[in-house]
Design a protein around this ligand. Structure first.
Ligand code: PMP
Length: 404
């Protein structure tokens, strides 16, 4: 007799992310012939630039198709260190940088390498959902700290101080943020750094994935550059997915204290080994190569942001903050909760609204509940202006059909 599959305790009732679930439902509707517009994906719609593709093709032709050094070839590590120095003013030794299959693997390696059961990770929310589940899989305890729209979705020094406990191991910050697009300037980071100085046992993990996608006069800054004295307890995570439209290539990297970096390499050595050799060649070209195309892409994202924010704020019942970066808007739908659909259903939650928008308006957006704050919904505007215009018109028309 075959025993039923029994998941390990560490998996418990964790499921695949809600974002993937809604996207899968939207794709199924599309296959049925429905003209669904999906505003769920967290990836740029641009293509990977040609010079990056050519570098990968060159690597294949040269036979760079074997295992490399465990957590990145020396050449990749050189390019990563040069990037940190050039763009962030951070100086790392080769033993202080590491690379793996995406920034997600960096976060995962770091949590697996550092957390003991019950160790706490302070996570400002709304946040990218993977943070919580990575911490849980690693045996830690996520401590979500609510960061309301009134605070610009940013963590305040008071909230941080209140969240720190004897088991606090990490503070995990993400700027610009997925899902809110909110970004921390020096003036936002400094008070948090002051709190950290009072609690030397708390380490700082920063996720700078959206560094290159910032708008208007916002200046990106990373905490370690503001205060180099954090170096012995700061891990700076980044990757090529978002900046260079390379989500499928899978390469992320991090800089931090050598002992932590070595622990992360141990985790990686028994899971995925080295990042893909061909991808490493592509990433070197991305990091070393021309950066001027980023400005045009930024401008294009900024126009889309303006289009989406303006259209959302024209809808009665929706309120959307103007984000500083990333390619997401996180809008409140509090004014729509309690309204009734033409089919006679009362919308009780942001999830109800998102389900209904998919059914009634053929638009897929992700409920705030997936990121830890309701009632909100996230739009990814990494799609064409034509599609965004159509999607926002559909959302507006649908919302106008709701009755009080
Ligand atoms: N951090 C944030 C905030 C993200 O939104 C994502 C991708 N959705 C990642 C990290 C992971 O990126 P990757 O693994 O593709 O490098």
């Amino acid at each position: 007799m075959t025993m039923e599959f029994r998941p390990a305790d560490r998996i418990g009732d964790l499921g695949v992310s809600e974002i993937l679930t809604i996207t899968a439902r939207a794709q199924a509707l599309r296959r049925d012939g429905r003209p669904v517009i999906i505003l769920g994906a967290g990836e740029p719609d641009f293509d990977t630039p040609d010079h990056i593709k050519e570098a990968a093709i060159g690597a294949i032709r040269r036979g760079e198709t074997k295992y490399t050094a465990l957590d990145g070839s020396p050449e990749l590590k050189r390019a990563i260190r040069a990037k940190f120095a050039r763009e962030n003013g951070l100086s790392f030794a080769a033993s202080e940088v590491t690379a793996g299959a995406g920034a997600k693997q960096m976060l995962y390696n770091a949590m697996m390498a550092s957390l003991n059961p019950g160790d706490e990770v302070i996570i400002p929310t709304p946040c990218w959902t993977s943070y919580l589940d990575i911490v849980r899989i690693a045996g830690g305890a996520p401590v979500p700290v609510p960061c309301p729209a009134e605070d610009g979705f940013r963590l305040t020094a008071e909230a941080l101080e209140a969240a720190i406990a004897p088991r606090s191991r990490w503070l995990l910050l993400n700027s610009p943020s997925n899902p809110t697009g909110a970004a921390y300037g020096a003036e936002h980071y400094r008070p948090l750094i002051e709190v950290l100085h009072r609690h030397p046992q708390v380490w700082l993990m920063v996720d700078d994935m959206y560094e290159h996608i910032v708008y208007d006069d916002f200046r990106f800054v990373t905490p370690l550059a503001l205060d180099p004295s954090l170096k012995p307890r700061c891990l700076t995570v980044n990757g090529v997915s978002k900046a260079y439209a390379m989500t499928g290539w899978r390469l992320g990297y991090a800089g931090g204290p050598a002992a932590l970096i070595a622990g992360m390499a141990v985790v990686q050595s028994q899971s995925t080994s080295c990042p893909c050799s061909v991808t490493q060649a592509a990433a070197i070209a991305a990091l070393d190569g021309p950066q001027d195309f980023l400005a045009a892409r930024r401008d294009s994202f900024a126009r889309r942001r303006d289009l989406v924010v303006t259209a959302l704020n024209r809808i009665d019942g929706i309120d959307c903050r103007r984000p500083e970066g990333a390619f997401y808007t996180f809008a409140s739908c509090a004014g729509l909760i309690g309204r009734t659909t033409p089919e006679g259903r009362v919308l009780q939650s942001d999830r109800d609204l998102c389900d209904w928008l998919l059914d009634a308006a053929d638009v897929a957006v992700v409920p705030g509940s997936a990121f830890g704050l309701s009632p909100y919904f996230r739009i990814s505007y990494a799609t064409s202006e034509a599609e965004l215009t159509e999607a926002l018109a559909r959302i507006a028309a649908a919302c106008a059909r709701l009755s009080r």
